[in-house]
Write a protein that binds this ligand. Structure first.
Ligand code: PMP
Length: 440
């Protein structure tokens, strides 16, 4: 990092990161020629790594035909084909895809569609959403209101909607009490959700929104067995919808196309992004069940939501090819295999480390949690920003990993996330763990 002379408004206003000038498979190349092993795919984005020839070719083909046509006038071949691909084989009844430019837009589209659905079916009072603390749903104001991440929310709090409340997340490492069984933990969370419905008045709740595997706020946290089935049951009993945010954990990252497939239930609405386009183009999507879209179609007939770059043909062409490559190269099998290897190697390396409290995740979505004291799970002083330091040291050592932390819900934490490209090799996985080990 060097002092900023850049006119780009970077995340850090004090430092300009080095320029990335190239990419090759799992490697990113910095301006000084250094090769960085992209162990987090940026932020779980680059599922096919960099410069995949088939995706470049598809983008080039589309660019030579048509880069952009506004959706008020036209659909496009890649948009139609991508939507067919995304919802064509859904067992859970997701029947339509609303194609946007990223994760926050997809989440907000889902929230708005849920709200509009209830207006159309004569339940306009359903305007409340239940989310979870220690969650992240995006950084635009609506998506930020949904998330439970206190330090991100704080500066903007007066601008955020009060239509969201937050319950305890299914985060066993911190929330399960000593001696409590997993089943009792799930029952306690379900009872809390019930209480929240009662507090709000069940007839006022539109939806419950959650990440099936929590990403950036807590570091790859899957829910205990049965939790999402209990959530689905409660929502069904009160006529509320279930919205899953799979922006980070979706599109194959956990070993199944959707992370919820491993939970035995399906959502009514889902947000996807990141791995959808693999970073080749900015794209996200809101997937919705036929029941919801049909009600809106039969009602007002229009979804009151639109962006200039909806269903951008270049973005759709890139995403379509990314998904075709994942199918053709059977990469989900590879995610499962490499994911097991990554988990095993992390456990070998950090299982007895006195400052690694937890190793968790699914598939190629794994994290370690740094703690000051393992027996009590006490965190390090948040002022140390250890997750950022590990990231910086790892980067110096040629490894790109994703730091997560800060104070969430009054609790601080330091997590390092790994989300390597699905095309990684077994040797790449070993190298990731070795380099992370050195950094830690
Ligand atoms: N939801 C989740 C779970 C995410 O991880 C993110 C991005 N980290 C978002 C929503 C927002 O996506 P975007 O940054 O593309 O707006």
């Amino acid at each position: 990092m060097r002092a900023s002379k850049s006119r780009v408004l970077h995340r850090s206003l004090r430092e300009t990161p080095p320029k990335a000038i190239g990419g090759e498979g799992v490697w990113l190349i910095a301006e000084d020629g250094r090769r960085i092993l992209d162990a987090s795919g940026g932020a779980a984005v680059s599922c096919l790594g960099h410069q995949h020839p088939r995706v470049l070719e598809a983008m080039s083909r589309q660019a030579s035909k048509l880069a952009y046509a506004h959706t008020a006038f036209f659909s496009s071949e890649p948009a139609e084909a991508l939507a067919d691909k995304l919802v064509g084989h859904e067992p859970g009844g997701l029947a339509y895809a609303y194609l946007v430019s990223g994760g926050s837009e997809a989440v907000e589209a889902g929230i708005k569609l849920a709200r509009q659905y209830f207006i159309e079916i004569g339940q306009p009072q359903r305007r409340h959403f239940i989310a979870r603390r220690q969650s992240y749903h995006g950084n635009t104001l609506g998506a930020l209101a949904a998330g439970g991440n206190a330090w991100r929310r704080e500066p903007y709090a007066p601008l955020l909607s009060s239509a969201f409340s937050h319950v305890t997340p299914a985060f066993a490492y911190h929330e399960k009490r000593d001696g409590e069984s997993e089943t009792d933990f799930v029952s306690r969370l379900a009872a809390e959700l019930e209480e929240e419905f009662q507090r709000l008045g069940p007839e006022n709740v539109a939806a419950f929104i959650a990440e099936p595997v929590v990403g950036a706020t807590a570091g790859c946290v899957p829910a205990p067995e049965g939790y999402f089935r209990a959530v689905r049951e409660i929502c069904d009993s009160y006529g509320a919808l279930v919205i899953f945010d799979e922006v980070m954990c979706g599109m194959g990252r956990t070993g199944t196309l959707h992370a919820w497939e491993q939970e035995g239930i399906a959502p009514d609405i889902q947000a996807i992004a990141k791995g959808l386009g693999g970073g080749y183009q900015p794209i996200g999507a809101m997937l919705a069940s036929g029941r919801i879209v049909d009600a809106v179609r039969d009602g007002s007939g229009a979804f009151q939501h639109g962006h200039t770059y909806l269903a951008h043909p270049m973005a759709c062409a890139a995403a379509l090819e990314v998904q075709r490559v994942i199918d053709a190269e059977q990469l989900l099998d590879r995610v499962k295999k490499l994911g097991s290897q990554l988990e095993r190697r992390l456990t070998e390396r950090f299982g007895n480390h006195r400052h690694i409290g937890d190793i968790r995740g699914r598939g190629l979505f794994q994290a370690i949690e740094l703690v000051a004291d393992r027996p009590t799970r006490a965190p390090f002083d948040p002022a140390l920003k250890l997750h950022q330091r590990v990231k910086a040291i790892a980067f110096e050592g040629g490894l790109g990993c994703y730091p997560a932390g800060g104070t969430v819900d009054g609790r601080s934490g330091d997590h390092v996330l790994l989300a390597p490209p699905y095309i990684a090799t077994s040797d790449n996985i070993d190298m990731i763990v070795d380099r992370l080990g050195q950094a830690v």
